[in-house]
Design a binder for this molecule. Structure first.
Ligand SMILES: Cc1cc2nc3c(=O)[nH]c(=O)nc-3n(C[C@H](O)[C@H](O)[C@H](O)COP(=O)(O)OP(=O)(O)OC[C@H]3O[C@@H](n4cnc5c(N)ncnc54)[C@H](O)[C@@H]3O)c2cc1C
Length: 371
């Protein structure tokens, strides 16, 4: 039987960030993922500078072999409404491809990797967990995303009574002709809110790749709404007429909507497994990375005592960083809905200071630094 200090289930940004920190502190870590990397992940691939900072990502080195699209302005509005362009003096975000970023972070973590290996069995044997009848460890970290098997083991009713965001997207490499006809610019992603403000569509150009998607609080007629959104983009001449139609769907929880336990004896959840995405934007990479780092700090302090009481500090750290139950229940606060949304979203001041600075860029929140 193999053994390790910590076993992390899931090698996305949450799992790899946690592994990276633990390895820096000399712990023996295994990351197990059911997928072989590099792998695709349904995601628009927008990261803020806070992610770059928390990960201590060397953007020059990363950009040598990977797509790293600097973003310095946004085009926003309501679907079918008037749009507003907001420009910033410098880079305020980046576009990445999850196919590349997740693999880069996982390889960089220096953990032992067991890829193409799903978690099948989890049995408690005294103070140890026995995973897949093959690995013994005192601590399991659930980083398996929304449908994480560790979250299920801890009692989460996956897909049952949890109000999720459902989203569909496509990312494809444009042909030279498609690139010619695509009016969306790499440094200016486009975001268009649904008329009922229960979701929004986006269109991101990253180098020669185009990412188009729509996410909503309800999954009702999502495919129809997505088609409507794509038709809207085509009518405006923003995207080529001949985009592929094999969109991929995914669901996940927003922070404050989740009723999941975050810790238990010898267990802890991070990232989407814990349901931490920002409620206004649906951004989940930053909370995944930060929760991974906070979990690692807690584990180092615990010095081998992984009791529920000892791990409680992790929950306190999450609350300190992301707050308790979110004040808003959805992508946009309730008070806006079906009311003055159209007017506000055409206002340059509201778009810059509330929609972008506050909801999407979190300019008021200080970065979390890895040690
Ligand atoms: C359409 C869409 C667009 C999005 N766009 C953005 C965006 O632009 N910016 C942003 O910040 N966030 C975005 N998000 C959210 C973001 O993708 C997630 O919050 C983020 O991926 C969470 O990272 P994670 O590491 O917790 O989980 P994941 O990235 O989901 O990684 C989980 C890993 O666990 C593995 N796994 C699952 N089950 C098992 C198992 N049984 N055994 C072993 N391994 C397993 C999976 O293979 C996967 O590699 C978007 C989400 C969607 C759906």
């Amino acid at each position: 039987m193999e053994s390790c200090d910590v076993l992390i289930v899931g090698g996305g940004p949450a799992g790899s960030s946690c592994a990276w920190q633990l390895r820096k502190n000399g712990m023996d870590v295994i990351v197990m993922d059911k997928a072989l990397f590099p792998r695709d992940k349904v995601c628009a691939g927008w990261i803020t500078p806070a992610v770059v900072e928390a990960l201590q990502l060397d953007t020059e080195d990363y950009g040598l072999k990977n797509v790293l699209q600097p973003i310095s302005s946004f085009r926003t509005g309501l679907i079918d409404g008037r749009d507003v362009e907001t420009q910033y003096p410098g880079t305020v975000s980046y576009g990445i491809r999850r196919y590349e970023l997740d693999d880069y972070l996982l390889q960089r973590s220096d953990a032992r990797l067991q890829l193409g290996q799903p978690l099948k069995t989890l049995v408690k044997d005294g103070k140890q967990w026995i995973v897949n009848d093959a690995i013994a460890t005192p601590l399991i970290i659930g980083a398996g995303g929304h449908f994480c098997p560790v979250a299920r083991y801890m009692g989460a009713q996956l897909g049952a009574d949890e109000p999720t965001i459902t989203a569909k997207e496509i990312e494809f490499k444009m042909s030279p002709l498609q690139q010619f006809y695509c009016q969306v610019q790499g440094d200016t992603p486009e975001l268009y809110f649904c008329q009922d403000l229960k979701g929004y569509g986006w269109c991101f150009r990253k180098g020669s790749y185009l990412n188009i998607g729509l996410g909503r609080e309800d999954s009702h007629k999502l495919s129809e709404q997505l088609k409507y959104f794509c038709d809207f983009l085509k009518q405006r001449g923003r995207i080529p007429e001949d985009i592929p139609d094999h969109f991929h769907g995914h669901a996940y929880l927003l922070h404050g909507h989740a009723m999941r336990k975050q810790i238990d004896d010898g267990m802890l959840l991070i990232g989407d497994a814990a349901g931490l995405a920002y409620p206004q934007s649906g951004e989940g990479i930053l909370p995944a990375v930060e929760s991974g780092l906070m979990a690692a700090a807690t584990i180092m302090e615990a010095a081998g005592d992984y009791s529920h009481a000892q791990l409680q500090i992790y929950s306190s750290r999450l609350t300190g960083r992301f707050g308790t139950v979110a004040a808003s229940r959805g992508i946009a606060p309730e008070f806006l809905r079906n009311y003055i949304a159209g007017v506000l979203l055409e206002s340059k001041w509201f778009t810059r200071h509330v929609v972008l600075d506050r909801w999407f860029l979190h300019t008021r929140q200080a970065s979390l630094h890895a040690s």
